[in-house]
Design a protein around this ligand. Sequence first.
Ligand code: CA
Length: 236
Amino acid sequence: MSAECRSLLPMTGQRILIVEDDQRIGSSLLRALDGSGYDAVWEQTGRAGLASVASVRPDLVLLDLGLPDVDGLTVCRQIHETDPTVDVVMLTARDEELDIVVGLDAGAVDYVTKPFKLAELLARIRAQLRRREARLDSRSSVGDLVLDLGARRVWLDEEELEMRPKEFDLLSRLVEDAGLAVSREALMSDVWDEHWFGSTKTLDFHIAALRRKIDRPGHDSRITTLRGVGYRFEVP
Ligand code: CA
């Protein structure tokens, strides 16, 4: 099977939660997703949907905006409080179109307007799940430090660290070549700008800030200064 062909098939065990009170839409989605090889669950109220997010741990949620108990936007926000990594695709009726922007603000990654073509919805689901896989693949770790390059997040000992944009860029550049010397010139051009003529004090300033965030007091720095050369991120 070619790679192209493989990428069109769902990965085994991918779970999709449908939250939809319309019987006809809900049952046809369940049938279509089951038939496409997904592990699909259908809930008909916002509250039941939220309970399922916690128990089923879906990879993706198809969420109706107009639910009988809790409105879809609130459900969407609460889903992300339960699991910030899950992707939510909103299903909206045409007359709810104005809510699309608000839906994206609430954390939905995509929206589909009813009535929709099943083939189009399935294609969008595949695309979202592929992006999710890529995002989860974008994690790299050095010892107890974990970086998610796609999401631009950093954890130390499973505790998330706050990073300024340039601090994150600098850290990911150093981690990319963990164990190797990275020259000041390479850091300046990759993290700042290839035509950067300013003071390299900026670099030292950011290294110091990074060290304060990722080093343990009383231990050697994870970032070693190589005089006249640059820096090296140490592999434990
Ligand atoms: Ca509805």
